[in-house]
Design a protein around this ligand. Structure first.
Ligand code: 3PG
Length: 391
């Protein structure tokens, strides 16, 4: 994807007169749902509140559209939480078919908000079907995209609808772009930590960070195993990707691999910490070791800008210590940091930190995409939206 070079400004919702207007708001409510059906993590939900509050306070009739998981998942439990978080806003869940929503919307009063069912229950959402985009657009007079986390998806509720209604960026969208943009032109000494798995989804960003002259790119998680493999070093029974590695991974000394790790034997009944060069064929590398953590803490404390996405270990299996040591360092750093990805955020949220320095992005894939290309399809759609408000 081409890097964004468009000079077209995205209109901001704060500059629009929304009083009495039906505002179609695409927001990101894609939160984890626990086994008991409750919302498992409130971070994204809380991030969605300011725009809903802004619209309500300014007299808009807000129609929220969002997705949750896949078609068939209902937004009802999420809306329940939303109503608790915004006790001063009248919020109603309107489940059922999209075609039936218009009747509810016509009864709305200024300042009220309805949330429609998971957009992915509509055929055509994920194909950006023009007919579905038209159906969404017919519900409102203006479109606001606040769903930064979903704006890498060319879907009808993100892209198609923006071509049909006068379109604006919401407050969260503005904040994400504002905080992540400086990472596209990093200061000297900028450092990135890229962890987790899925090498193929993170490789474009790693290449781009090197192109943008990041001083160091520290690789953790399964990505580090890929690095070891590419450099002909032992990686034991660790998870590695099948993708062909770019030569930079083997040769660019700005890519830093862990020097030691936590190893678990394949039967999962023994763990030890040692230099990565000592990993046995019967062991998996499951986290960075304490020497590496210490060295990376020093990198964090001395960099003017840190980009961090992805844990250093297999977080979901409890190998959290490397990630948590780094998260603590981030909470104390003097420079600035932009941080994203579910597990990385979970580790950071255990600390208090200066929000003027550390920015937690709601975007997982969207953050990676924005940092790689400088834009998202959803942002381009806002930029290129030429529809005018009907008189
Ligand atoms: C995310 O959680 O990364 C976004 O909400 C996008 O969700 P998706 O991967 O289901 O499109």
């Amino acid at each position: 994807m081409q890097e964004n070079t468009s000079s077209k400004e995205i209109k901001k919702i704060t500059d629009a007169d929304v009083r009495g207007k039906k505002v179609l708001l695409r927001t990101s409510l894609n939160v984890p749902i626990a086994a008991d059906g409750s919302v498992g993590d409130m971070f994204r939900l809380k991030a969605a509140l300011p725009t809903i509050e802004h619209l309500s306070k300014n007299g808009a009739r807000t129609i929220v559209i969002a997705h949750l998981g896949r078609a068939g998942d209902t937004l009802e439990p999420v809306v329940k939480e939303l109503t608790k978080l915004l006790p001063n806003v009248s919020i109603k869940f309107v489940g059922g078919a999209l075609a039936d929503a218009a009747a509810h919307i016509s009864e709305m009063k200024d300042g009220e908000c309805v949330v429609l069912e998971n957009v992915r229950t509509n055929d055509g959402e994920e194909k950006n079907d023009p007919a579905l985009a038209q159906q969404f657009a017919s519900l409102g007079e203006m479109f606001v995209n606040d769903a930064f986390a979903d704006s890498h998806r060319t879907h009808a509720s993100v892209v198609g609808v923006a071509q049909l209604l006068p379109s604006y960026a919401g407050l969260l969208m503005q904040s994400e772009v504002e905080h992540l943009t400086p990472a596209l032109t990093p200061p000297q000494g900028a450092v990135a930590i890229i962890g987790g798995a899925k090498f193929e989804t993170k490789e474009p960003l790693i290449s781009k960070l090197l192109e943008r002259h990041y001083t160091k790119v520290l690789l953790g998680g399964a990505l580090a195993n890929d690095g070891l493999k590419a450099r002909g070093m032992p990686f034991g029974a660790s998870l590695v990707s099948d993708t062909v590695m770019p030569t930079a991974l083997a040769t660019d000394d700005r890519i830093v691999l862990p020097m030691d790790g936590v190893f678990q034997d394949v039967d999962a009944n023994a763990e030890r910490e040692a230099y990565v060069t000592d990993v046995r064929a019967t062991e998996k590398i499951v986290d960075i070791g304490s020497y590496t953590a210490k060295a990376w803490v020093n990198e964090i404390l001395s960099t003017p800008l840190l980009v961090w996405n992805g844990p250093t270990g297999i977080y979901e299996l409890g190998f959290v210590s490397g990630t948590e040591i780094l998260a603590h360092a981030v909470s104390e750093m003097d420079g600035k940091a932009v941080v994203g990805g579910g597990d990385t955020l979970a580790a950071l949220q255990k600390h208090t930190f200066d929000t003027n320095k550390v920015f937690l992005s709601t975007g997982g894939g969207a953050m990676l995409e924005f940092l790689t290309t400088g834009t998202l399809v959803g942002l381009d759609a806002l930029r290129n939206s030429s529809a005018k408000i009907a008189e």
